[in-house]
Write a protein that binds this ligand. Sequence first.
Ligand code: XIL
Length: 353
Amino acid sequence: MSYRHALAALTAAAGLVLASVPASAATAAGGHGPGRTLGELAAATHRYFGSATDNPEFTDQAYLDILGREFGSTTAGNALKWYATEPQQGVFDFTQGDQVLDFARRHHMSFRAHTLVWHNQLPDWLTSGTWTADQLRAILKNHITQEARHYRGKVYSWDVVNEAFNEDGTYRDTLFYRTLGPGYIADALRWAHEADPHAKLYLNDYNLEAIGPKSDAYYALVKSLKAQHVPIDGVGFQGHLALQYGYPDTLRQNLQRFADLGLDVAITELDVRMILPADAEKLATQAKWYADVTKACLAVRRCVGITVWDYTDKYSWIPAVFTGEGAALPYDENLTPKPAYYAIRDALKAAGR
Ligand code: XIL
């Protein structure tokens, strides 16, 4: 029974009129029940439940109210990417990242920093240049050092390298891999650690949820990085799931084998998209998947938390990238909780008891 339903039952029994407590007031006062936000329920299991956010959304007060109230962690969806933070070579701009970080601090949310090295959303000066290995190594080191130093002591974790592997477990052919070889990953981790020794350092990727060639490649890499004492703390499983491709049944087992290497694991960009239009059946399946991912994380002691890739369909990245797909997040476009929201909440509640 939801908080409002419980409230309705109580007030009806007492002969009171529920209409005197508008939905918005009930929600604003308690976030679907006092002490019952996703963030609070996750915290009771020593985990966080977070949402990504993005700077254009900072004009939407109703959106921000829920973000600040319901979630215990946030990630800047774009603000810390290379194109945003070093738009010209050697010229750094942290205004957008700082805006998200300030919001997080004001709302006592932890902050996952995303991302230092990625092949997408790079500035033109970097992608259009031709660089020797020495030049690119210096550029990469400076970028990582400046950015991680700016946020030193203020972020919970860094996604140091994002999406380094192909589906078949071979290295992705990026500017960095092509020019520097596979050692760029260990270098990036070492430079990030030097710049911010307390941030948890992650490798992060999609389609990593199930055991298979891609997650096997990460498993081998992080095992060898650990053996060489390269500073690595965790692996991020993005969790961009799609109903039409089936649920990754080996998720829990996969999280556990990485945890057994002495690493933290996290679900970092969870969304569950579907082919539109949404209907009750698809939303019910989606809710079950959200619950199952939550339970998988809760079953693994070193799974430190879950982040949804924004919380409302109003601001999901899916429709712009996957034509005809969407409805991927736990709140709908009107900021109303969907079945997925209640399924996550029930899974967290059951674990906290
Ligand atoms: C996405 C953002 O959400 C979009 O706004 C942007 O246009 C493209 O990138 N994997 C990642 C994220 O690691 O950085 C991506 O974020 C989604 C896929």
